[in-house]
Write a protein that binds this ligand. Structure first.
Ligand code: FEO
Length: 141
């Protein structure tokens, strides 16, 4: 399972697009960790970095939405907030609770969530911005 970037996911903002590309890379790194070789320590390290990066990205993306008066801002922020709450629970997982089965389940959940969120929820922001500023692509490429 590899997440691949496509320009159709673009929000016509170089900073946010770069963050999405990096999030894809981080989830791919997690996804490629072999459950027979993964250790609790490297799982936690990768997960914590991914979550911290995602939280900063949410803040930046919310600023972009407010900048363009995105009409679904509140709903989108709630999705971010729900992920943040779930991430808080995930990051508290202890070594005792960790197992190969749990690892497979967690990496699948993160992979599916990010794919769905960027390809569907975030894409709507890009479509909205391009509808509002048709030439924005020329300014950001
Ligand atoms: Fe790119 Fe809504 O997170």
């Amino acid at each position: 399972m590899i997440l691949e970037w496509s320009d159709e996911y673009s929000l016509s903002n170089n900073i946010i697009d770069a963050q999405h590309k990096k999030l894809f890379k981080l989830v791919n790194t997690l996804s490629q960790l072999n459950e027979r070789q993964v250790t609790f320590t490297n799982f936690k390290k990768t997960l914590n970095y991914l979550v911290q990066y995602a939280l900063q990205h949410f803040k930046d993306e919310e600023i972009l939405q407010r900048l363009y008066d995105y009409p679904q801002y509140a709903e989108h922020k709630k999705v971010h907030d729900d992920f943040t709450a779930t991430a808080g629970i995930l990051s508290k997982i202890t070594e005792k609770e960790f197992s190969p089965e749990k690892f497979i389940s967690l990496k699948g959940t993160l992979y599916n969530w990010l794919k769905q969120h960027v390809a569907v929820d975030d894409k709507k922001i890009g479509d909205y911005i391009r509808g509002k500023v048709p030439d924005i692509g020329k300014l950001t490429s």
